[in-house]
Write a protein of this length. Structure first.
Length: 108
């Protein structure tokens, strides 16, 4: 768990100074953070899985806002369209988290 957290922070600190406007890396960071929380949150239930699935796009938007606030450009790093694309995916990530929570609960 500590190694996963250390790897996440390493990737985060590598990503922050880079002028990157793609959402793939930020989604990977958000999914890894939600996965880390899922491993720490025992026992896994359907509700917890759904909450973690819903948290993933919110983590991503939070990371995007944090990066945009640190850089302080006259223009944002991420467009409104990119942010809305991630937020529109929230129902699907909720369902994925629900399915993952159910399968983890079923297998354990």
């Amino acid at each position: 768990m500590r190694a996963w957290a250390a790897l996440w922070f390493f990737a985060f600190f590598v990503w922050i100074p880079v002028e990157d406007t793609h959402i793939g890396f930020v989604l990977g960071l958000a999914a890894a953070a939600a996965g880390w929380l899922a491993l720490r949150w025992r026992p896994m239930t359907l509700l917890r899985g759904a909450l973690l699935g819903l948290a993933m796009p919110l983590f991503a938007v939070g990371l995007m806002a944090f990066k945009g606030g640190l850089h302080g450009h006259a223009f944002p790093d991420f467009t409104v369209h990119q942010i809305l694309t991630i937020l529109y995916a929230a129902p699907y990530t909720l369902l994925a988290g629900l399915a993952l929570g159910w399968s983890i609960r079923r297998l354990s």
